[in-house]
Design a protein around this ligand. Structure first.
Ligand SMILES: CC(=O)SCCNC(=O)CCNC(=O)[C@H](O)C(C)(C)COP(=O)(O)OP(=O)(O)OC[C@H]1O[C@@H](n2cnc3c(N)ncnc32)[C@H](O)[C@@H]1OP(=O)(O)O
Ligand SMILES: CC(C)C(=O)C(=O)O
Length: 595
């Protein structure tokens, strides 16, 4: 056996033991995975030692562009039908998007026709700018301009790839040739805009595709050359959209690239710097947020992160992250479930149950300690609102584990707590109160949670609120047992008396008891005919609702029997008459003890 000697001044420990006398913990040794890491290399970041973005804060919403109908649509298993596109477009407008990329009209007759449909059916509000994408190819640019005829406000968005690998493999172009393609494309956009779009409030967006894998100085050089053609001015902005076409690095690297670009590009005052992050590393939201801190003005993305491969940056998370910091996203997400249903219908793809702010499970706690904290948090908010004579929704939000109030996105608190084998008393008590109006005393909560635990352990499955109610009533409220009460008369003549007709194990008896209240008189009566003694340890009652015929609930904690045989038992009664409810509660506790 190891010896540990402790004195006031020193602690001596046997070699190889810890202060608690246990064997020391060995640090785990991880093993090489054997995966082919030699095939990949780390991303080379731009050098920006004097970066300023880490100290910046997001204070307002950026300009948003929804590309659900373009980048989102081009990545679907089944691209949207025109009627689905229309439905999604209408919803985007209702939500407040003012810039919407509606397709790639030179790609197909379907895409072209959809643009025409929106314009000809007058579906585009005056203050909404539609955008369409094209490659830097003359035939495609001309067709693109034709598609936009008759619109009120429209942008042509042209792209070409600048990254070395793309130039070499896809385009077989050197840097100058790729720059020249961008410049010629810009000339053609202007030419065909003039030819077809004289009456349109017309704008231009250029994307140096694969911006993040392009040497930033070269991307700036091409953008400056494009601007030499477009000639931006105070009333002639250019949108320079800087895509992380494939996300290749940590978000801070994108932020450095954006800050570097913003500092060094020409005509910064007339340039709207736009972000277009994909989510290949799962950090598109973080990258976009940091890049906004780095000086960008505008964000392109899709609802729920649809788009090529892992998707575009998720516009829902982006906007709701701002909302949760008290910043108006300028887009309305107050009916999140309707937005989700519409996107699911239009895209044919489900939203993940854990999707931030919108998934089925994101305001739900199954585990005991989370439930307990949420219950206390909600009670605290209600208490504060009551004290101030306001509603919870009028006050600031602060609740454990819930970054926003589910009500603010159209959810109820119903799903906030769900019960399974991971749950504790707090969650069950919350459901019993919220759904069934029973405010269980604390020690009853503890006892009941053990009863529920047995049920969840045996099935391994979630227990619905209705099942919880059934378990509760079977256990505490409707206990069949040897003691049955057939009739009770209570009186108060200075002292409370109870006269009852009961049957015990089938034998009918008249019993009588006295006490300083009906419950103690009933307990006295029960003790008089040889059952085990009954002592009330705790008693509480409350109405289940307001109104004359409302039911009341009574909870009693009894000690039944004496000495070593004594059992502590809860019983519950629910009845229109509170005295009946109390006596039922005692009867149920006795029956539970005998059972
Ligand atoms: C990052 C993005 O999301 S970009 C948007 C991608 N979206 C889409 O591609 C959806 C719509 N696209 C389409 O329907 C078709 O690709 C079309 C209609 C645009 C073009 O079709 P096609 O000419 O038949 O074929 P394809 O797409 O294979 O064309 C590739 C050619 O375009 C060239 N090209 C690709 N991108 C560009 C560009 N931005 N500017 C100029 N040329 C380009 C390629 O180098 C290749 O040239 P090559 O034929 O000389 O080798
Ligand atoms: C056309 C551009 C903006 C694009 O979709 C991308 O690079 O991901």
């Amino acid at each position: 056996m190891t010896q540990t000697t402790t004195s006031a001044a020193t602690t001596t420990r046997a070699a190889g033991t810890t202060p608690s006398g246990t064997l020391p913990q060995q640090r785990p040794v991880q093993q090489p995975s054997g995966m082919p890491i030699q095939r990949y290399r780390a991303f080379e970041p731009v050098s920006l030692p004097d970066r300023t973005w880490p100290d910046k804060k997001l204070t307002h919403a950026p300009r948003w562009l929804s590309t659900d109908l373009r980048d989102g649509n081009q990545a679907l298993i089944d691209p949207m039908t025109p009627s689905r596109k229309q439905k999604l477009f209408d919803m985007l407008v209702r939500m407040g998007y003012k810039e919407i990329e509606i397709g790639f009209p030179s790609a197909s007759q379907t895409d072209f026709d959809f643009v025409r449909q929106l314009i000809e059916n007058d579906s585009i509000p005056e203050d909404v700018t539609i955008t369409v994408l094209t490659q830097a190819r003359e035939d495609l640019i001309e067709r693109t301009a034709q598609a936009l005829q008759g619109s009120a406000r429209a942008n042509i968005h042209m792209y070409n790839a600048l990254a070395p690998m793309f130039r070499r493999v896809v385009f077989k172009m050197d840097e100058d040739e790729a720059k020249d393609l961008a410049c010629r494309g810009t000339d053609l956009v202007m030419k065909y805009a003039e030819q077809y779009l004289g009456d349109v409030r017309f704008g231009y967006e250029y994307s140096p595709e694969i911006f993040t894998q392009t040497p930033t100085d070269y991307a700036i050089e091409v953008c400056n050359a494009v601007m030499d053609r477009w000639q931006p001015d105070s009333d002639r902005e250019i949108i320079l959209n800087l895509p992380a076409t494939v996300e290749m690095s940590t978000p801070n690297v994108y932020a450095d690239q954006i800050e570097y670009f913003c500092r060094n590009v020409n005509n910064r005052d007339f340039v709207t710097v736009s972000l277009h992050a994909h989510n290949d590393r799962g950090t598109a939201v973080a990258a976009t947020e940091l890049a906004l801190m780095a000086g960008a003005d505008r964000v392109e993305g899709c609802l729920f992160g649809h788009g090529e491969r892992t998707g575009n940056v998720d516009l829902v998370t982006m906007a709701m992250n701002l909302f949760s910091q008290g910043i108006d996203p300028m887009i309305d997400f107050s009916d999140m479930d309707e937005i989700r249903r519409t996107v699911e219908y239009c895209t044919g793809l489900p939203v993940h149950p854990r999707h931030p702010y919108a998934g089925d499970l994101v305001y739900t706690a199954f585990s005991g300690s989370h439930q307990d904290a949420i219950k206390k948090g909600l009670e605290d908010l209600e208490k504060k609102a009551k004290a101030a004579g306001t509603n919870v929704s009028d006050n600031g939000w602060e609740a454990p584990y819930l970054p926003i109030d589910p009500h603010d996105v159209g959810r109820t608190y119903e799903a906030v707590i769900r019960v399974n084998s991971q749950s504790g008393k707090g969650g069950m008590a919350y459901l019993m109160k919220a759904d069934h109006k029973l405010d269980l005393p604390r020690r009853l909560q503890i006892e009941f949670s053990r009863v529920v635990q047995q049920a969840t352990d045996s099935t391994g499955a979630e227990i619905s609120s209705q099942q919880l109610w059934e378990i509760f009533t079977n256990e505490y409220v409707e206990t069949a047992g040897p003691l049955q009460v057939m009739g009770v008369r209570t009186q108060n003549n200075g002292v409370d008396t109870v006269d009852a007709t009961v049957s015990m194990n089938g034998q009918e008896l008249e019993i009588h008891g006295e006490g300083n209240g009906p419950v103690s008189a009933y307990v006295d009566a029960l003790s008089s005919f040889g059952t085990r003694s009954v002592r009330i340890l705790d008693y509480s009652e409350h109405a289940l609702a307001s109104g004359g015929d409302a039911k009341a609930a009574a909870y009693v904690e009894c000690e039944i029997g004496d000495g070593d045989d004594a059992q502590i038992m809860w019983g519950v009664g629910i009845h229109e008459n509170i005295i009946t409810a109390s006596l039922q509660a005692v009867t149920h506790a006795v029956n539970r003890a005998i059972r």
